[in-house]
Design a protein. Structure first.
Length: 189
């Protein structure tokens, strides 16, 4: 939080102060120097935080319910956003991403269809992919294990009904894509 930011709200300053690891005198003085316009509110909050720990009250049923509902809504929204990491990519973006990662596009298709065992993907590869997608590694992992509302159905003419196999290891995806062994070893490192 920058002190010179115009239109800074007291609520933002108080929230930042409240989440500080220490609410001691040096912390309060630092905030008072940065935000003198909120001196009274900061002093009151500091006093409340230093004495409020002795007064513990149990949450009401309504408060617990509200907290649980808010947490569930948050959990659904972050999981849904993470799951859409691959769904929002266009074909040219997938081509570019495959070229950047130096893998065949079918690898990314398997990722998009959640056909990979996430624990088998090397961390450096995950980090490069997440960085390119502007996502965290955690969000990427969520996207790779999440169930999708979109059904990725490929249509082919076949004499037999296609059988959907479960997730396979990253190395098996590379083998199936006929990635040469030296390149496979580099990607698995």
């Amino acid at each position: 939080m920058k002190p010179g930011t115009p239109n800074i709200r007291s609520e933002d300053v108080l929230n930042a102060f409240a989440v500080e690891p220490q609410h001691d005198r040096p912390t309060l003085e630092r905030y008072l120097r940065k935000f003198p316009q909120f001196a009274l509110e900061l002093a009151e909050l500091s006093h409340e935080l230093s004495t409020g720990s002795e007064e513990r009250t149990d949450l009401t049923v309504a408060e617990v319910t509200a907290i649980n509902e808010a947490w569930m809504q948050y959990s659904r929204s972050t999981g849904a956003a993470a799951a859409r990491i691959f769904e929002n990519l266009s074909v040219p973006q997938l081509r570019e991403l495959a070229a950047f990662l130096d893998v065949p596009r079918q690898i990314l298709t398997a990722f998009r269809e959640r056909k990979v065992v996430v624990s088998s993907i090397p961390q450096p590869f995950l980090a490069r992919l997440a960085g390119r997608l502007n996502a965290s590694v955690g969000d990427l992992k969520l996207a790779l294990i999440a169930t999708s509302d979109v059904a990725y159905v490929r249509s082919h003419k076949a004499d037999e009904k296609p059988i959907s196999r479960g997730p396979v290891t990253f190395e098996q995806l590379l083998i199936d894509a006929q990635v040469p062994s030296e390149k496979r070893a580099r990607l698995m490192a």
